[in-house]
Design a protein around this ligand. Sequence first.
Ligand code: GCB
Length: 596
Amino acid sequence: MPNTTIDPFAHLHDENYHQQYQQPLLQSEGLICTDGRTTRSLNGEWFCTLDPFDEGLRQKWFQHDQQAAEHWLVPRDYEVEAGKRVPVPGCLNLYDERWTYYEGVSWFSCDFEHDLVAEERVFLSIGAAAYQARIFLNGHFLGRHLGASTPFCVELSYLQNGSNRLQIQVDNSRHPQHVPMQHIDWFNYGGLYRDICLLTLPPVFISDFNAGLLPDSQFAYLRFELRLSEQLNGVAQLEIAELGLQFDLPISQGYGVLHVGAKPVLWSPEQPKLYTINARFGTDRVTERIGFREISVEGENILLNGQSIWLRGVCVHEEYPMLGKAANEATIRQMLADARALGCNFLRLSHYPHHELVARIADELGILLWEEIPVYWAIDFSSPETLADAENQLCELIQRDRNRASVIIWGIGNENADSDARYQFMSRLAHAAREADTSRLISAACLINREKFMIEDRLANHLDIIGINEYFGWYEPDFADLTRLLQQSSPGKPVIISEVGADALAGLRGETRQLFTEDCQADIYRQQIKHLRQSSYIRGICPWVLYDFRSERRQTRFQQGYNRKGLIAADHQTRKLAFHVLADFYHSLDHDQESL
Ligand code: GCB
């Protein structure tokens, strides 16, 4: 432990106490692929202490030695073991009823044993920490991460032989400069809600590996890309046994890319074929299961492997009964099964990156995905720090999931009002996504151009697909306006209705014009379907939303803290009438895709 003989009163007058804990920022460049590696899980019971006044950084709580209270020489305001024992991963707000609405700093602490081995490097990998996290090991600050839903890694430089203390300061405060900012329509869960593990690696290791079908190669070439942790020259070995492929990938300055002729079975919803790929460099090895497919647009069409596809989708938040955002394999499989029962071949994972298992399981099942970052509503488009944060979240998401065939769209924003600052900001994001990944489409959920009453957004120049959120029948009751909108628009690109829907309290029945009844919601779905199937440029719909979800903005007697636009209630069991309306429509399309 560092020396703790410090002026006991200095912190009272230090308003710049956080300055020395801003850098290094842990970002996408530091992410390490975990595929096929042996990891050591740090999931389990941790101690958690709330710190609403942000005292921990001021007082350097992380520098306390581990003396029992009877041996303290000076009084303390923090004691790891006085914290609450909590399961990690988990949502902070669900650990204790008194913490339900907590937004602020909390300290998580975990002790673990380690046997140091010469020539081994050990990294900490964190699936997600909402929203800001600072990592401390054995009293040393290692780095800070921003963004509530993307993974990050940090090398454990001060690791000791024997016992180690890992402390993470997590802050889920909402903030005008964050991505998202303070105004959101979902519950602000905090904490360490995804897996945490240790990765033990050789001095030089494979930090990133990507394989896919080379776009525009007539499905005849695969593209492989590999990055090392150090800027070395050398040769990596790759193998796809099932395709009889075994070859060297030359590495120059730590990076290599190669195109190789091959004829794999193409991945599709009907045949979600995955291949096992091994990549080796020196003693390091990664193994991935990857599907090969091409997604593209042609005029107003979306093409999967060269065939036109209509996206029968639904949006979904990451929230599960009793668990909040702390999803696990069982909850994810159930969510995908519910989407399947609805007849979906597509999901929009709104409004932030979901658990990485969603895309892995969707790869297996053959479900297409739109993944997005929370550039939501009125974020601070004029702030360079906000842009840097958004861009980093996007790059972290792309790096995490770009080996997933199921992911076909990167969403770069949702319902952002048109302004020059927004245009600059979001075109920069579109550019960053294209630089990082040429094998997916870029979209955003846009607003209708109300002046012209058309589907038109100047950001469309930078998008492959225009997403449109429209709530005719609900926020805008007159369906004649939807007819007018569709007739007046000729977007020249495929359009996905990225949101459409209405609230209904499960079990509440009434007239079709009685708001919040299941009958009203179902009727709005019927009418929407009738209108939307008339436009040839609409190449898919993603109604809002699969399940009711918590949202503190919603406080009427029907809502009581929930957005009730779910097709299934918040119990994730009760299907509303509209579920069956949409399911009937989607199942009818199974037989007649091109009628739209
Ligand atoms: C929207 C937002 C979504 C909201 C939804 C609603 O347009 O994109 O986050 O939850 O409307 O229910 O109003």
